[in-house]
Ligand binder design. Structure first.
Ligand code: C2O
Ligand code: CU
Ligand code: CU
Length: 484
């Protein structure tokens, strides 16, 4: 570890300790900014793309090929992406609850991959375990029963030690699960339902994605082949914000309600989203599905991996208005996210009903376990250990619930595979309004103690919990648990 890193890191700890002491002066982001080396477009000039919806190859069957492709992200410049279907984001899989699908993933990249459906209730053999690799030129059938509520899920690469650079290159996309409960609601749909994958990137002078070390090239780091080290151990941030793969895009909307399925697919960047010049988000869903009732927010904090399903009513703005989605945690180029331009009035028969759904209830917890997320000299650890594949830290019983107490020394977005959870408390106090609903990823901030109630439903077998800051993940902040 280089001295400069150590100094920066201790600086963060000092700030966090101040915040814990009630001074409120802690840094709200983690990660090291990587700047672009080419001229960037003016914000709000590139139209918002919507990822293609994947078409089945047969009943219940899809095929998708991971491959390199040249795409135009910065106007007039070619960027090589590694994408599912050669696109970034990859195709959206628009699927129904309980209608299981098999997705054949073909790997035509030069490196191994492992595909994980984030938020999926998936059997262990298809869950994208980090060492369950699809080698270059190989393929694998992933089986997704999708016995779960309507929700915004996403899929991405999960290769051991290399997730961060491989997702940075584009290996991510949406899976939307729909069900009858949701169909019965008058929510905005069709062109008024926008999946928005938000992430940051940096570009080299030749238009390529800049990253501290190219994928496949790695250094051994405390026994782990980490993709980055030293200055970037906190995480990698870029100076360009992409939404659905476009830099600071603009979308023309009618003066009606829109459903925005927000996803933070960044490696390390945290956001606090706000509408400028003002306005409210009506949250209708969390990571794992629809809420019982809508909740209004002025701002939405999003750590990597989290999703917020919200409705924005653009009839609240005069026709001709520009409504900008900004990230109040960032300064400079990364402060802007995207813009909506309210082009004209239109009929709107949508509504946000006062009762949205009947989410599963709580089950009494059978035990409490603590997972401590902390930095060691050479890696990021859980309960004092860098990742040890095959060594489960917990063995919950199928059909039970447990309280998992998550403690941390830093910003760690904690994600649990398979199990969905409710946030019960932050530092012994009630959770934030934006913690509402069943989730699979929770923003744990420096020196916080976050209690969640996790339900273990679906399948027995080996699963993961980990930090979703992808550089932390690659630097060993993962652990197995086994559902028995
Ligand atoms: Cu989105 Cu284990 O990851
Ligand atoms: Cu996951
Ligand atoms: Cu972390």
């Amino acid at each position: 570890m280089r001295a400069v890193t150590r100094r920066r890191f201790l600086g963060v700890l000092g700030g966090a300790a101040l915040a814990a002491a009630g001074c409120g002066a802690f840094r709200e982001t983690s990660g090291q900014l990587l700047s672009s080396e080419l001229a960037l477009p003016r914000p709000f000039t590139v139209p918002l793309p919507i990822p293609e919806v994947a078409r089945p190859a047969g009943p219940g069957r899809y095929e998708v090929t991971q491959r390199a492709a040249e795409v135009e992200i910065i106007p007039g410049t070619a960027t090589e992406v590694w994408g599912y279907g050669g696109t970034f984001p990859g195709p959206t899989f628009d699927l129904r609850r309980g209608s299981g699908v098999t997705i054949t993933v073909r790997n035509r990249l030069s490196v191994p991959t492992s595909t994980h459906l984030h938020g999926g209730v998936t059997p262990p053999g298809s869950d994208g375990y980090p060492t369950d690799l699809v080698q270059a030129a190989g393929q694998k059938d992933y089986h997704y029963p999708l016995e779960q509520r309507a929700a915004t899920l996403w899929y991405h690469d999960h290769r051991m030690d290399h997730t961060a650079p491989q997702v940075w290159l584009g290996l991510a996309g949406f899976v939307l699960v729909r069900d009858a409960e949701e169909d019965a609601l008058p929510l905005p749909g069709g062109e008024r339902e926008l999946p928005l994958m938000i992430c940051d990137r940096a570009f080299g002078a030749d238009g390529s994605f800049r990253y501290p070390s190219p994928p496949g090239v790695h250094e051994t780091h405390g026994g782990h082949a980490a993709s980055v080290h030293g200055d970037y151990m906190e995480g990698v941030e870029g100076d360009v914000i992409l939404v659905n793969g476009a830099p600071w895009p603009v979308a023309e909307v009618t003066a009606t309600r829109y459903r925005l399925r927000l996803l933070n697919a960044s490696n390390a960047r945290r956001y606090r989203l706000r509408l400028a010049p003002g306005g409210r988000f009506t949250q209708i869903g969390s990571d794992a599905g629809l809420l019982a009732a809508p909740v209004a927010h002025d701002t939405i904090p999003m750590s990597p991996g989290e999703r917020y399903d919200v409705v924005v009513d653009f009839s609240a703005y005069p026709v001709g208005s520009a409504v900008t989605l900004v990230n109040t945690l960032a300064d400079g180029s990364a402060r802007n996210v995207m813009r909506f331009v309210v082009a004209r009035r239109a009929a709107d028969d949508s509504a946000v009903p006062a009762v949205l759904s009947r989410p599963p209830g709580r089950r009494p917890p059978v035990t409490t376990r603590t997972f401590d997320f902390r930095r060691s000299e050479t890696a990021w650890t859980i309960n004092g250990h860098p990742y040890r594949p095959g060594v489960p830290l917990a063995r919950p019983h199928l059909g039970t619930a447990e309280i998992w107490r998550l403690t941390s020394d830093f910003h760690h977005p904690v994600h649990v595979h398979l199990a969905h959870f409710l946030v019960l408390a932050r530092n012994g106090r009630p959770p934030a309004a934006t913690d509402v609903g069943w989730k699979d990823t929770v923003d744990v901030r420096p020196y916080e103690v976050v209690d969640v109630l996790a339900r273990f439903d679906g399948y027995r077998g080996r699963y993961l919990l980990h930090c979703h800051n992808l550089e932390h993940e690659d630097m060993a902040m993962m652990a197995d648990f086994e559902v028995i």
